[in-house]
Design a protein around this ligand. Structure first.
Ligand SMILES: C[S@@+](CC[C@H](N)C(=O)[O-])C[C@H]1O[C@@H](n2cnc3c(N)ncnc32)[C@H](O)[C@@H]1O
Length: 291
């Protein structure tokens, strides 16, 4: 996982040098943490991630007034509510995202899916942003849908946006972002669908017509999915990269089953389904269709 250095989410990174000095993370404690994280969400924290894990968790130990990792791990394991484990996962996930990230996916969504909707034949639209982080992907989908489908309000249209991290979901639900995050957003779209946030100078908040299209929910992709209806489109971008091959393989089959025939599946540009046995039809790199 890369460092999450985006201070515009209002979660500044701790002072790494200072913290590394204060609470040593022994190899056996790191191994226990890796096993816990892998067990819950299959994120693969290999040895190269040790310094990062230490930098991120030290802050939590300080907050709790705990001096050693064995003490902290006893707390995590002993917490029957699972709250501390959730907090730990929250701290260790990588949440980098921005509006119109990997913009060709949104071009495809607009031109090949949304603009081809015939409202006399299709009354429902279901899109899933799986691993939505702080919500920019889902808000981008909503902007593109608003622009592409003139009858959207007459359709039963919904964007489901899920993530394992409650921390990023809180940002997503708030829907308020610093100006810097709109660097790849056409200014006319930002002005049309976001308004100045009166509570946070320099921030823009999603207007209700955009926000009402999206439902943010916590979902660990490794657990059963409660959604019953098939999706027209699923984005799972820059998420599976943190999982090992067997986990990716299993997830791709589940995404296939969650789509309607003709539904579209997109992965991140640094990902592909190469080496995974799947039933999708390849359209172009990172874009697949369920036959
Ligand atoms: C790098 S972000 C990707 C955000 C967005 N999809 C994009 O491409 O810009 C990866 C997200 O995957 C989430 N994630 C990691 N493991 C997960 C799991 N097991 N279940 C659900 N979400 C998970 C993380 O919390 C993080 O927010």
């Amino acid at each position: 996982m890369d460092g999450n250095t985006d201070t515009s989410m209002r979660f500044p990174e701790p002072d790494v040098a200072n913290i590394l000095a204060s609470r040593p993370l022994r190899d056996e404690d790191f191994k226990r943490i890796s096993e816990m994280v892998y067990g819950l969400c299959r994120i693969n924290l290999h040895d190269g991630k040790k310094a990062l894990v230490q930098a991120r968790l030290n802050k939590r130990l300080r907050q709790l007034g705990i001096d050693t990792y064995p003490e902290y791990l006893a707390l995590v394991e002993g917490d029957q509510t699972g709250r501390e484990l959730t907090y730990m996962i929250d701290t260790l996930t990588t949440n980098l995202t921005f509006f119109f990230r990997e913009a060709d996916h949104f071009d495809y969504l607009r031109d090949e899916v949304l603009k081809k909707i015939d409202p006399s034949k299709q009354s429902k639209l279901r899109i899933w942003s799986a691993g939505c982080s702080s919500g920019e992907e889902a808000y981008t989908m909503a902007m593109v849908a608003r622009e592409a489908v003139s009858d959207l309000d007459r359709m039963d249209a919904l964007i489901l946006a899920t993530d394992i991290s409650t921390r990023v979901l809180a940002v997503a639900r708030e829907g308020s972002y610093s100006e810097a995050r709109f660097k790849d957003t056409p200014p006319e779209l930002r002005n049309k669908y976001f308004e100045k946030d009166s509570r946070h100078p320099g921030f823009y908040r999603a207007r209700p017509e955009l926000a009402k299209l999206i439902r943010f929910r916590r979902l660990n992709l490794m657990e059963p999915w409660p959604m019953k209806q098939p999706f027209d489109v699923i984005f799972c971008r820059n998420v599976m990269i943190y999982f090992d091959k067997p986990t990716q393989n299993e997830l791709v089959q589940r995404f296939f089953d969650a789509l309607r025939p003709g539904g579209v599946f997109m992965v991140g540009h640094s990902e592909s389904l190469t080496g995974i046995q799947h039933r999708f039809r390849y359209v172009r790199p990172t874009i697949y269709i369920k036959p």
